[in-house]
Design a protein around this ligand. Sequence first.
Ligand code: ADE
Length: 355
Amino acid sequence: MAIISDDEGIRKREKKNPIIKPENIEYDNTFENSIRPKDFDSYIGQSSLKETLKITLEAAKKRGKPLDHLLFYGPPGLGKTTIAGVIAAQMGVEIRITSAPALERPRDIIGILMSLKGGEILFIDEIHRLNKVAEEILYPAMEDFTLDMTTGKSQTAKTLRVPLPKFTLIGATTKAGELSSPLRDRFGMIHRLEFYTIEELTKVVHRTAKILEVEVTEGGAKAIAMRSRGTPRIANRLVKRVSDFAIVKYDGVIDENVANESLDILKIDKYGLDTTDRALLNLIIEKYDGGPVGVETIAAALSEDVRTIEDVCEPYLLQAGFLQRTPRGRKVSPEGYRHLGIKMPSLQTSLFGDE
Ligand code: ADE
């Protein structure tokens, strides 16, 4: 096996995939990125994860070694990218952020791996969507920090073993179950991010309002938190929307009334369900007698992508108890009927039972 070094190649690839410094994680300058917390103290919620991470980070620093590879999973918007940025900042290293669909060709993942420097973090979002070839390139990279490359064809083919710097891979996914077990097994720590409580979201709202320099009362913050579906990303967006209303229609202060009236106008109900969520529940009730019905049928009827239904709408509807998942498809629960103000048909005892 030959050992190769490819400084020129690395420089070229760095141009294509610039490294993102943790303090500059707002690389695309979106609102969401501009308000991301940069340290554990300003990162609200996920307390058990934070405690574990603090210990793991300190141990890695004391040993002078990079962190183990980490896998975060859970519904979108709960702060997987954000916590990766916090980890990078706390370790004083740079983070490169990419997502599995951007790593379509082998050279995409090879290029990124070869341009990493010792201790750096590679963050791969939607890691369950990584293709087989990219996954196989990652195995030796994660395990032995090497890249096995084959050059030439058949009889003249040579395998080159390229050493890589010791890096940490942070993978994020909404679907841990779709990760192959060899990939899952190569993570030293796997952690599920939980939906946030109303108290935690109220703190997120206060923090974001402060950054946006809008005044919010405790009642206003709580009203927004209650309609944020347990998700800080949604809380942050609602703060922005409600602050627009507060400025244009009221005196600029977000109190309970301003928050509730604005969110009513935005058609976000008191459990945070939006028009799509309610359309989904209504569809199952009206067209399929409350279910069960398959997710593909639901997506087609709503002209939505199956992935949007599964990843965005369903996790909260399931968590809130409005929807149930059965082997034969989705069913609206008695709570779901109650929330929409629709009477649930009384259960008829069939000769053949429920199924
Ligand atoms: N914005 C998004 N996630 C956050 C969190 N966990 N804490 C504070 N602000 C956030």
